[in-house]
Write a new protein. Structure first.
Length: 266
């Protein structure tokens, strides 16, 4: 138990860093870590992926809200990029969360890996992510992107427990925003995904409420340990994103996605 707690605490620090730098809310670290811990314990079974996704959304609620407040205090949030897209992300998150409870853990894991593969390929092969022309004027998302795109982002993100950053950051990059601003905007757009997902996953498996340390599919022990590491890290690293060169920032973003994809695939 102590070893598991220390491992989760350490990776919690990493979720804090990725929340600040990439707007992940912790999802792309939390899902592989919780899945791995559950997969090597005698209590895991086929439930490991559902627990990982559910726990990830619970961690993201706190991380994304905390990071959003920090970004807001620094004046880095721009309303035209967040609203009304956040409302449509919320609608999609409801559908995605319920869909995840009906999908087997194996299929969910495969979808997670495929999602990462498509995102990585899109970021590398299409222009506009790795670098943004200096003379390009940033443009808020169009109405179709805010509506249909928001619903799509919410559905996929809530289903896989990853927040909306992997779709919103490339989207906002191609609208002309530098990485520091695109990742800052990803945190508030992850809040509706995290809140809806947590509620659905907490209520989706009522028979599991009697188990110690469980709230539906959510592992409360893992959640507490991860937050114990992430919150202090967010507080310490909240100004770091603005100091990272844009090119380095975008390459590091893709590099982390590749590492997570390989871990989950293996």
């Amino acid at each position: 138990m102590l070893t598991s707690y220390l491992v989760l605490l350490l990776f919690g620090c990493l979720t804090g860093i990725t929340t600040v730098l990439f707007g992940f809310g912790g999802g792309f670290v939390t899902v592989p870590v919780v899945y791995g811990l559950w997969s090597v314990t005698e209590r895991s079974g086929a439930d490991a992926m559902h627990v990982a996704v559910a726990t990830s959304t619970a961690v993201m609620v706190v991380n994304s809200v905390f990071a959003t407040l920090a970004q807001w205090r620094q004046g880095r949030l721009r309303r035209e990029y967040i609203w009304p897209m956040a409302a449509f992300v919320l609608v999609g998150a409801v559908a995605g969360s319920f869909a995840a409870t009906l999908i087997s853990g194996t299929v969910l894991r495969v979808l997670f890996v495929v999602y990462l593969l498509v995102t990585i390929a899109d970021s590398l092969l299409r222009k506009g992510f790795l670098s943004v022309p200096q003379d390009r004027e940033p443009r808020p998302p169009s109405r179709p992107v805010r509506t249909l795109g928001g619903v799509g982002i919410g559905s996929v993100a809530a289903c896989l427990g990853v927040g909306g950053s992997v779709m919103t950051v490339p989207l906002l990059r191609r609208r002309g925003l530098p990485m520091a601003e695109a990742t800052a905007m990803a945190n508030p757009l992850s809040v509706p995904v995290a809140v809806v997902g947590t509620v659905v996953y907490a209520l989706a498996a009522p028979a599991l409420h009697a188990q110690a340390g469980r709230l539906g599919h959510i592992d409360l022990f893992a959640c507490a340990a991860l937050l114990g590491g992430s919150l202090p890290t967010i507080a310490l690293a909240r100004r770091a994103a603005a100091r990272v060169p844009d090119r380095v920032h975008s390459v590091a973003y893709i590099t982390l996605l590749v590492i997570v994809m390989l871990v989950m695939g293996i």
